[in-house]
Design a binder for this molecule. Structure first.
Ligand code: CA
Length: 577
């Protein structure tokens, strides 16, 4: 790490002071210090709504570049920065961590965990990292090769490090840690390769493990690690799932309600994708594609809601979850909201997991609707691909992927960075588990619908994305901004009646939150996928975004050459009036 002379460095001492009392109470009271962005989704409820108003729908047209910093990386950048009293902490490709002066962009320190580059073959969806957590003088990062590292916030020097995964299996970490009750909670990825999903809670000071919560049952001849797994095992069939891993990785989304003291966890797809191979004879395969509520004190399960029972299309429920209080049918409800890959927008009661409502936010063909009585999807029989190739919507990229949404309480709208893609599913009849390789049970050759160049051009025209403003009470789209390309950036909303989004065509833009009118845009010359943040230093408001094209869609589709996307290197771009 740079900035080594820790002891006498006044800047390092100032950062340690500023972060010394950053704990759960301070995050719970985040609205009392709106100039900071203290946690991944700003608050534990992860609304990504900032109360700052100097930059607003009337002034945003005057935004200009305050500073930029070249990351020197050419792979995807997906991080949400944390900003504490004028210092920005963020992460990049290969799990590198940076601290910057949030006012000037001056680099204060860099930490490189030296992830072995050959680990990149285990990363289904690029060597990305979605950000760090900051708590009591330390910065925490999960590394691509499965470590959790605590750094001195003042210098970036490692304080402790633990291996959270089995290095003999194809586990990766790309998600941001969350910190609840002096515990760092971290999940992992790798379901495409064949692993078993879980989250682990570690003591913030020592790195000692407090508990581990598995999302899917292991070998049923061994004792269950928790009563929830005995329940789950009854929903799996066959004798092979635990050998392949079962999947259910928690590779991104978590949220926390301090009042209910529940940690919400988004669970991913099965290993392999194909349920006819994974669990021959059927079964819901709990807790794949589910939102699970966990007691953060001991990792016991309180409730679950499964969005896609018996998932066979890679429909993860790892997508961003937002906590809010909504008035529905005249009753104030504590809800949790998610737009998982399966294309339906869900509103659930977060006290008990009860289904409230769900409607399709993008075109959906795998199910007709969610039955309001059972809270379960009604599958379309034509979505089953065991015998024939089937074109299905959404694609495994999802109607929405990891790109964070945002909820604006003033407008009463959730902003969804939506994808509109289809996919040709076909069973891989020659499937055989291969260690360290993709194990989907789907013939991916069938996903290429044509080799005719003219037909390809026509197909690519159908590859779309948009920004949807969704009313979660009426379950209707209020407005949308149609984009020319897919895989656009995560979202920020503010009390200044604004929504910010970067796009894959190399543009960073601001729209009015209530009506979706374009009020400002800026050419960034590189596609943006990460979500912006806003903060204040010395009384001035800034908006910042980590720009760097990459991720699953980019690995498959290359670089969109729109509007002069000419950069290959990533940049942190920071704007003010
Ligand atoms: Ca997946």
């Amino acid at each position: 790490a740079a900035g080594a002379e820790a002891g006498g460095d006044p800047r390092a001492a100032a950062i340690r002071d500023a972060t010394a009392d950053l704990d759960g109470k301070r995050i719970e009271n985040a609205d009392s210090e709106p100039g900071n962005w203290l946690a991944h989704g700003r608050t534990y409820g992860e609304q990504r709504y900032s109360p700052l108003t100097d930059i607003n729908d009337e002034t945003a047209g005057d935004l200009g570049l305050a500073w930029y910093w070249d990351t020197g990386t050419t792979r995807g950048l997906e991080a949400t920065p944390i900003v504490v009293d004028g210092t920005m902490f963020t992460s990049g490709s290969w799990s590198v961590v940076w601290a910057h002066d949030a006012k000037t962009g001056e680099i204060l320190w860099e930490y490189d965990p030296q992830v072995p580059r050959e680990w990149g073959k285990y990363a289904c969806c690029d060597v990305v990292n979605r950000g760090v957590a900051v708590w009591e003088r330390k910065v925490y990062v999960g590394t691509l090769d499965g470590r959790l590292v605590a750094l001195d916030a003042g210098t970036g020097e490692p304080v402790w490090e633990v291996q959270t995964t089995d290095r003999e299996r194809a586990y990766t970490i790309t998600g941001a840690p969350r910190i609840v009750k002096d515990q760092v909670i971290i999940g992992n990825g790798g379901a495409e390769y064949g692993v078993r999903g879980y989250i682990t809670a570690y003591d913030v000071d020592t790195g000692e493990q407090n508990w581990r919560f598995y999302t899917v049952p292991g070998d049923p001849s061994k004792p269950f690690e928790g009563p929830h797994l005995e329940t789950a095992a009854a929903t799996w069939r066959g004798s092979e799932w635990w050998k392949v891993g079962g999947g259910g990785t928690v590779w991104d989304s978590m949220a926390y309600d301090p009042e209910l003291d529940l940690l919400y966890v988004g669970v991913g797809n099965g290993s392999p994708w194909n349920r006819y191979i994974r669990s021959p004879g059927g079964g819901d395969n709990l807790y794949l594609s589910s939102i699970v509520a966990v007691d953060p004190d001991d990792g016991s399960m309180k409730w679950f809601y499964q969005t896609t029972p018996g998932d066979t299309w890679d429909y993860t429920a790892t997508q961003h979850m937002i906590l809010a209080d909504l008035t529905i049918d005249g009753v104030e409800r504590k809800v949790i909201m998610q737009a998982p890959k399966n294309g339906f927008f869900y509103v659930l009661d977060r006290t008990n997991g009860q289904f409230i409502s769900a409607e399709a936010y993008v075109p959906v063909t795998w199910a007709s609707h969610i039955d309001p009585e059972t809270g379960k999807p009604v599958e379309n029989p034509d979505a089953h691909y065991a015998n024939d190739v089937k074109e299905i919507r959404p694609a495994p990229y999802g109607g929405h992927n990891w790109h964070p949404m945002a909820y604006n309480q003033d407008a009463g709208l959730v902003y969804i960075p939506a994808l509109d893609l289809s996919f040709n599913f076909a069973q891989d009849n020659a499937f055989r588990y291969q260690e360290g390789e993709w194990n989907t049970g789907v013939d991916l050759e069938e996903t290429i619908p044509t080799s005719d160049p003219d037909e390809m051009v026509e197909d690519l025209k159908a590859v779309k994305g948009h920004l949807a403003a969704w009313d979660p009470v009426t379950q209707q789209e209020k407005w949308r901004v149609q984009h020319d390309t897919s895989w656009n950036g995560g979202v920020l909303t503010t009390a200044g009646n604004l929504v910010f989004q970067g796009r894959s065509d190399g543009t960073f833009a601001a729209y009015t939150a209530d009506e979706g009118k374009l009020v400002w845009e800026f050419p960034t010359h590189i596609g943006i996928i990460a979500a912006p943040v806003t903060y204040e230093v010395d009384g001035e408001q800034y908006v910042s975004v980590v720009a760097g094209w990459g991720g699953a869609f980019a690995l498959a589709s290359g670089v969109p050459r729109h509007r002069g996307n000419v950069l290959s290197e990533g940049r942190i771009l920071t704007f003010k009036l």
